[in-house]
Design a protein around this ligand. Structure first.
Ligand code: GCO
Length: 451
């Protein structure tokens, strides 16, 4: 492929999330989140690990902003820990929690980095979970109220807000039990996903009613399903997988309602959910941008139960696999953009809010950390983004996941996603080769050929 080029106003950023990096899990009045509870429960996380300290970003955010400044990123996508600012989930504010995000945002602005804040990146307040969590209808207003608190606190300075990050995590947490809160009730999981979407709409309304200056949108992860064969059964499995994975969200957000065939299937399977009058209009509220998280694709087969989609285990001949087992399929990002624009008519700007890969590369003899596979991976995705842009897609930015190695949910610290290496003994940060490379991409607004 030719060299991919990006205009000066294209946003090159990097992304993290609160639970994965902050630590300080009970510092300064923070309440517990469902991920604190889950990771303190034996058997839930790889090798019994937890995120009590994680990267200790809560105390080291200044160093981390300085790292970003040295890489030269235009923007930083982080998430807000809801129980840090509202320890009881609703009502009483924790001033120290708000003050932390206040300082972070100011530090970013002083470094010339645009803040992009996500409201819900899975670390839900445990107290609200104890009152029923996302499966109960009250959760909609709990979320909208929390959102309003944050618009009030940071709305004058945050450039971009995302309501939800990958709401499919609610399926994994309430339906499959593999994420917090660890329950396995499929009807409750679908109800939770629906409530989160209505909560998104109510948060957008709260945003419009506030004096906040930036843009608001939502982040959905798209893993396109490719039927393994030409059989109608595999094609049906691919459609089912896409409905369960991302069309569940795209349909009501951008088409005004859920797919009737999907709803009928859920009813048949005993996992139907309640939609209240007015919900669909609330969900379909216009957004300012769409965030897409894209990592790879899924090969769909009729024999799959559908529960293993998120581990993307199916290998196929001729596939190009990374050392971590994930397929290297950079066209995935082009496909995701095209699904949004061509199939759903999305005409607001699109941001690739996450893309990246994990590895286990450690320091070489020369002291460098040569994560060449990450460079190749990100190059491939950027090339396909450039192609989509050249063909007219309004893609405005790209956030590399992740700034630094962090707590990868149920996989604990077994997977390193960072362009900055974190030593889990000393918490020392060391930029990897990919950080150098990304600096050059940002400076030149082009992708030099991969190593
Ligand atoms: C997300 C992601 C991140 C993960 C990343 C790598 O939804 O934002 O799950 O939190 O760390 O996707 O798996």
């Amino acid at each position: 492929m030719r060299t991919a080029r990006f205009p000066n106003d294209f946003v090159f950023g990097t992304a993290t999330s609160a639970f994965q990096i902050e630590g300080g899990w009970d510092a300064d009045g923070k309440g517990p989140s469902i991920w604190d509870t889950f990771s303190h429960t034996p058997g839930k996380i790889w090798q019994g690990q937890h995120a009590d300290v994680a990267c200790d970003h809560y105390h080291r955010y200044r160093d981390d902003v300085a790292l970003m400044e040295s890489i030269g990123v235009d923007a930083y996508r982080f998430s807000i820990s809801w129980p840090r600012v509202l320890p009881e989930g609703a009502g009483r504010l924790n001033p120290a929690g708000i003050a932390f995000y206040d300082r972070l945002v100011d530090e970013l602005l002083a470094a010339g980095i645009a803040p992009s804040a996500t409201l819900f990146h899975w670390d839900y307040p445990q107290v609200l979970e104890d009152r029923g969590g996302w499966p109960v209808r009250d959760s909609i207003e709990w979320f909208a109220d929390y959102a309003a608190v944050m618009f009030d606190a940071l709305g004058d300075r945050v450039a971009q807000w995302s309501t939800l990050n990958e709401p499919i995590a609610l399926w994994v947490g309430y339906g499959l039990g593999a994420f917090a809160p660890g329950s396995s009730d499929r009807a409750a999981a679908h109800q939770a996903m629906h409530h989160a979407l209505v909560g998104h709409g109510r948060a957008v309304e709260a945003f419009r009613a506030s004096n906040a200056a930036g843009d608001i949108g939502v982040v959905v992860d798209v893993w396109k399903r490719h039927p393994a064969t030409e059989s109608p059964e595999d094609a049906a499995a691919a459609l089912r997988g896409e409905q369960d994975g991302f069309r569940f969200f795209f349909d009501p957000l951008f088409r005004g309602g859920y797919d009737p065939d999907m709803l009928a299937r859920f009813t048949c399977e005993g996992s139907g959910f309640r939609i209240t009058d007015g919900d669909l209009a609330t969900i379909a509220q216009p957004v300012d941008f769409l965030g897409l998280n894209v990592y790879s694709r899924v090969i769909a087969r009729a024999e799959h139960t559908g529960d293993e989609w998120w581990t993307a285990t199916e290998r196929h001949p001729g596939g190009n696999y990374l050392a971590n087992g994930m397929e290297f399929y950079p066209r995935a990002v082009y496909d995701a953009i095209r699904i949004a624009t061509d199939e759903y008519g999305v005409d607001v700007p699109i941001y690739i809010t996450e893309n990246g890969m994990s590895d286990t590369v450690e320091r070489a003899d020369g002291g460098t950390i040569d994560d060449d596979e990450r460079v190749r991976y990100v190059s491939g995705f950027l090339e396909w983004i450039a192609r989509a842009r050249d063909e007219g897609a309004d893609v405005r930015g790209y956030y590399l996941w992740s700034l630094m190695d962090n707590f990868e949910w149920a996989a604990g610290y077994s997977q390193r996603f960072g362009m900055v290496h974190v030593d889990w003994e000393t918490l020392e940060r060391t930029p990897k080769r990919s950080a150098e490379w990304y600096r050059e991409v940002i400076r030149s607004r082009s992708v030099p050929s991969p190593v």
